[in-house]
Ligand binder design. Structure first.
Ligand SMILES: *[C@@H]1O[C@H](CO)[C@@H](O)[C@H](O)[C@H]1NC(C)=O
Ligand SMILES: *[C@@H]1O[C@H](CO)[C@@H](O)[C@H](O)[C@H]1NC(C)=O
Ligand SMILES: *[C@@H]1O[C@H](CO)[C@@H](O)[C@H](O)[C@H]1NC(C)=O
Length: 387
C-alpha cells in the first residue's frame, strides 16, 4: 500500500516536473520568438485577408499627374547606354548613400565586379549604385569638404572612374527610400528593359554571385514569370510606436498588417514583374517611405506574391562555414569582412567538400547543427539545412 502510494507520488511528481519544464521552455522560446506576440498573431491571421481580398491599392491609387511628383526628378549622374546591345541576365541596384564610398569600393572589388562575373561565370550582370543627392548632416561631418557641393564633386569623380552610379536630385535620406526604389524601376524601364531580372539590395549585403547566377540561369531557362524571391515577411504588423524608425501612422496605412513583402536587404524579381510594378508606380501614392513595404503594396495591386528562399537573408547574417557557403545567396550586415568572406565563400574547396553522397550528408548534418536551434537565431532558418 505504502509502496503503491509512493510510486504514484513519484509518478505525479515526474509529471509535474515535466510539465513545468515544458512550460518554461515554451515561455523562454516564446519570449525569444517575439516580444509583441499579440500584434503578430493578430496581423498574421489578418494577412490572409490583406493578401487576398482587400483593395489596399484603392486607397493608394491617385491620379497620374499627382503620382508624377514621386518620379519627376532629374538625373545628376546617369549611364543611359549601360545595357545597350547586351544580353543582361541581371540588373542589380545597390542602394547606397553618398558617403558610403568604402562600401561601394568593397562591392566593386568583390561580388559586384562585373568583369570577374563576365569572365568566370560567362554572363552579363550590371551592378549600379542608386543614390540621391548628398546633404550635410551638421552633427556628423563626413569628409574634409563637407558642403553639398564638395560631396557631389567627389561623387562625380568616383563615377568618372567606375561609371556605375545612378543618381537623382531628391535628397538621399531614409525617408526618401521609396523615391529611390521608384527611380530603379523607371531607370530599368527606360534604359534596361530587356534585362531578365532586377535585384535591389542594401550596400552592406554580401551576394554569393556564382550561386545567384546559376540559380537565376536555371529560373530563366525554365521560363518562369511572376517571379519574386527573397526573405518574405508574412503578415508583418505596422509599427505604431512614434519613436521607431519604421513608425507608420494610421493615416498613411490603416490596416493591421502589411501585405507580404520581401526584406529590402536584397530580393530579385523577373522583368515581367518589374514592368508591371513600373506601371503601378505611375498611379501610386508613394509617400509611404518604407521602400520594401511599398514594393509589397505595388505587387499586391498587380497580383504578384513573393516566395521565400531560405538562403536569402533578411536582417540576418550567414554563419561562417563552407557548408553554408555552398548554398548561400545573400547575407546581410557585411562591411569589414566582405573581402575575407568573398574569398572563403567562392573557394573551389567549398564545392568539392560538399559534393558526392558523403559530402552532402556531412553538410546536411553540419547545417542542422548550425541552424536548427530551439531558440531564435538571426540567420537562415532551420529549413535551409535540408535544401
Ligand atoms: C526627399 O527629397 C525631396 C527632394 O529633394 C526633399 O524635398 C524632401 O525633403 C526629402 N524628404 C525627406 C523626408 O527627406
Ligand atoms: C498620399 O498619402 C499621404 C499620406 O497618407 C497623404 O497625406 C496624401 O494626401 C496622399 N496624397 C494624395 C494625392 O492622395
Ligand atoms: C487593385 O486590385 C484590384 C483587385 O486585385 C484590381 O482589380 C485592380 O485592377 C487593382 N487596381 C490597380 C490600380 O492596380
Amino acid at each position: 500500500m505504502l509502496l503503491r502510494f509512493r510510486r504514484i507520488r513519484r509518478c505525479q511528481f515526474l509529471q509535474l516536473m515535466t510539465t513545468c519544464l515544458v512550460l518554461s521552455v515554451v515561455m523562454v522560446c516564446w519570449e525569444q520568438l517575439n516580444t509583441n506576440v499579440v500584434s503578430h498573431i493578430k496581423s498574421y491571421s489578418y494577412r490572409y485577408l490583406i493578401n487576398q481580398f482587400m483593395d489596399i491599392n484603392k486607397s493608394f491609387t491617385i491620379p497620374r499627374e499627382e503620382a508624377r511628383r514621386f518620379s519627376d526628378f532629374h538625373y545628376l549622374l546617369d549611364h543611359p547606354d549601360k545595357c545597350t546591345g547586351q544580353d543582361v541576365l541581371l540588373l542589380l541596384f545597390v542602394k547606397s548613400s553618398p558617403n558610403n564610398i568604402e562600401r561601394r569600393h568593397a562591392i566593386r572589388s568583390t561580388w559586384g565586379n562585373e568583369a570577374y562575373i563576365q569572365k568566370s561565370l560567362g554572363v552579363t550582370v550590371k551592378v549600379l549604385f542608386a543614390l540621391g543627392a548628398p546633404f550635410t548632416n551638421k552633427d556628423k561631418p563626413m569628409w574634409s569638404d563637407t558642403s553639398e557641393l564638395g560631396f557631389q564633386k567627389q561623387l562625380i569623380f568616383e563615377d568618372q572612374l567606375y561609371g556605375d552610379i545612378i543618381q537623382q536630385d531628391f535628397l538621399d535620406t531614409f525617408h526618401n527610400l521609396t523615391l529611390k526604389l521608384i527611380m530603379q524601376f523607371h531607370w530599368m524601364h527606360s534604359r534596361c528593359a530587356h534585362a531578365r531580372f532586377l535585384m535591389t539590395a542594401d550596400d552592406d549585403i554580401f551576394v554569393h554571385m556564382p550561386n545567384l547566377v546559376s540559380y537565376l540561369q536555371d529560373v530563366s531557362n525554365r521560363g518562369v514569370t511572376q517571379f519574386w524571391i527573397g526573405r518574405v515577411h508574412r503578415g508583418a504588423p505596422p509599427i505604431r510606436r512614434k519613436d521607431s524608425k519604421y513608425y507608420m501612422s494610421f493615416d498613411m496605412y490603416r490596416w493591421i498588417s502589411y501585405p507580404d513583402y520581401t526584406a529590402g536587404a536584397g530580393y530579385v524579381i523577373s522583368s515581367d514583374v518589374a514592368d508591371k510594378v513600373y506601371q503601378a508606380t505611375l498611379t501610386m501614392n508613394a509617400s509611404l517611405y518604407i521602400d520594401d513595404v511599398f514594393m509589397g503594396i505595388c505587387a499586391n495591386a498587380i497580383g504578384v506574391t513573393p516566395q521565400d528562399h531560405f538562403f536569402f537573408s533578411g536582417e540576418g547574417k550567414a554563419l561562417y562555414h563552407p557548408c553554408i557557403y555552398d548554398k548561400m545567396m545573400t547575407s546581410h550586415g557585411h562591411v569589414e569582412d566582405i573581402h575575407g568572406l568573398w574569398k572563403a565563400a567562392t573557394h573551389p574547396q567549398v564545392k568539392r567538400g560538399s559534393s558526392g553522397v558523403f559530402g552532402r550528408l556531412y553538410c546536411t548534418a553540419v547545417k542542422m547543427a548550425l541552424l536548427c536551434k530551439p531558440y531564435y537565431l538571426n540567420t537562415y532558418p532551420c529549413k535551409a539545412a535540408f535544401l
